[in-house]
Design a protein around this ligand. Structure first.
Ligand SMILES: NC(=O)C1=CN([C@@H]2O[C@H](COP(=O)(O)OP(=O)(O)OC[C@H]3O[C@@H](n4cnc5c(N)ncnc54)[C@H](OP(=O)(O)O)[C@@H]3O)[C@@H](O)[C@H]2O)[C@@H](O)CC1
Ligand SMILES: [K+]
Length: 475
């Protein structure tokens, strides 16, 4: 499990740990891990040109100490000090004694143009969103000369606690973060600015409270997946009712059922008009058409606007079993929910539900997912490159596994099916949403192998995703 903590939590844990170790220990651990990550990135330090962009805080200190280590291993290291009078004294002295130097102001462009790597030590968890003009000017040079950036702790300028990027910020190839992940490294748009995130253990673990955000890894997913045993039969494994599709949108019915059958359940019942029912049964003879007892419902994809379909949604919501509501069905969720409900909007649908501009949801994904979870008393899965799953009790998971190739028509229908199958298998809405999303994205990666796919390919790869995750158990 990846976990992310707030700045306040990290500061408290840091203070508790610092009371038990000699001064400078944590910065030493941070700088050692940072230098190692830079050597890995460069494929060796000897002869490399490294430029450090250092602000006035300990984040700059980490970068300067790491620079000293790189200089001792043969790199040419130069530091751009954004506020020379306030640069970290210990870090600067270490860099100088290792052979590094400070770049005069009129030589900054030359230094950046020559660099193989820039270390972003502008601000860390003590920073406010945005870059001051001097930092912004240096980072403009870095972008102009297309120099890869390793960010120290966080890409400077993002909002560390939310992942929001209201102001200019650094875009890193790699972020080397210390002690625990920061929320802004897991939630977009901050997550996209961080690149590949590498966590350095500095010993904070025992002092950290419950995280603000979690991110499941393959072994966590494996531990949550239902699996049949020798006593199982189709009813004990779970029956899912699917209310999806219409005469107009027949594909949604087929795709939602395909996603469901890719999950660990015993049976699917399909409830809908004759034409989509006929197509579903032609494709999947094992599906039973018509109402009956179920352990969970999936309602919503491709329903169209016929009034009797609104009644189908209302009936499912009134049933005493967990319900997933997607797409068109979300229009019918008018009151606070009771029981276990998982809502799966994309940004446009969530914006409509909350009556805000879509661009606001894009900019503040965590905020609006949590607001909706609270307002509807339901778990909200906000789809996107990093999916956010927010439960009404405040627990939040994000998924960052996957490939952009899953952004294809019908992909959301498949997702609703697999998440529904997991609800029917007994998982909570938070687990069903986060596990379903992980399986869906993993299936997309396995099916795509770097090339285009359609939604059916994702559904067809779900059993392989399941096997892949099970194989990762214990790793
Ligand atoms: N947590 C841990 O366990 C460990 C943490 N460690 C490290 O410490 C880092 C936190 O260090 P920190 O507290 O010194 O704050 P940090 O982020 O360097 O700078 C804040 C200063 O920058 C300024 N400033 C603010 N906003 C700005 C902006 N937008 N643009 C430009 N400048 C801006 C402002 O200063 P001002 O100029 O206003 O005086 C402010 O005071 C952490 O991220 C990690 O790298 C490790 O060493 C080991 C263990
Ligand atoms: K930084």
């Amino acid at each position: 499990m990846r976990t992310a903590h707030s700045v306040v939590q990290i500061r408290a844990a840091e203070a508790a740990l610092m009371a038990t170790v000699p001064d400078g220990t944590l910065m030493d651990r941070a700088a050692t891990g940072l230098a190692t990550a830079c050597v890995d990135f460069l494929g060796g330090a000897y002869g490399a040109d490294v430029v450090i962009v250092a602000g006035s805080g300990a984040n700059g200190g980490d970068a300067l100490y790491a620079g000293a280590r790189l200089a001792r291993r043969g790199a040419r290291v130069a530091a751009i000090l954004l506020d020379p009078g306030k640069a970290h004294a210990g870090g600067l002295a270490a860099l100088r004694s290792a052979g590094g130097h400070v770049v005069p102001e009129d030589e900054r462009e030359d230094a950046v143009a020559r660099a193989d790597l820039v270390l972003d030590g502008i601000v860390g968890i003590g920073g406010k969103p945005g870059l001051r003009p001097e930092a912004a000017a240096v980072m403009e040079l870095v972008e102009r000369y297309d120099v890869p950036v390793v960010a120290v702790d966080v890409p400077s300028g993002i909002d560390v606690d939310t992942g929001e990027t209201p102001e200019p910020h650094v875009r890193a190839a790699v972020t080397v973060t210390f002690g625990t992940h920061k929320v802004g490294l897991l939630v977009d748009p901050g997550a996209s600015a961080a690149g590949v995130v590498h966590l350095v253990d500095i010993g904070l673990g025992p002092y950290l409270p419950d995280p603000v955000v979690e991110s499941l890894q393959a072994s966590d997913v494996a531990a949550l997946l239902p699996a049949p045993d020798r006593t199982s039969h189709k009813y004990t494994r779970g029956v899912l009712g699917v209310v999806a599709g219409s005469d107009q949108y027949t594909g949604a019915a087929v795709l939602a059922v395909s996603g469901a059958l890719g999950g660990p359940l015993g049976m699917v019942r399909y409830v809908g008009p004759d034409e989509p029912a006929r197509l579903v049964r032609a494709r999947w003879p094992e599906v039973v058409a018509g109402e009956g007892r179920v352990q969970a419902w999936v309602v919503g994809s491709g329903l169209g606007d016929a009034p009797e379909r609104a009644e189908d949604v209302a009936r499912a919501l009134a049933d005493d079993v967990p319900v997933l509501v997607d797409a068109d069905g979300l229009r019918h969720v008018l009151a606070r929910c009771e029981g276990e409900v998982l809502l799966t909007p994309h940004e446009g649908e969530l914006a409509r539900m909350l009556e805000v501009e879509r661009s606001n949801v894009t900019a503040r994904r965590l905020h609006y997912a949590c607001e909706a979870a609270d307002r509807w008393n339901a778990t909200v899965l906000l789809k996107g490159a990093t999916t956010v799953v927010a439960s009404p009790n405040g627990r939040v998971r994000v998924n960052s596994v996957g490939t952009p190739w899953v952004a294809t028509a019908g992909s959301g229908d498949v997702l609703s099916g697999i998440c529904g199958a997991l609800l029917a298998g007994g998982l909570s809405p938070l687990d069903a949403g986060s596990v379903g999303c992980f399986l869906h994205e993993t299936a997309g990666v396995l099916a795509s192998r770097g090339g285009p796919i359609v939604a059916e390919d994702i559904a067809a790869a779900l059993p392989d995703a399941y096997r892949y995750v099970r194989a990762a158990e214990g790793t």
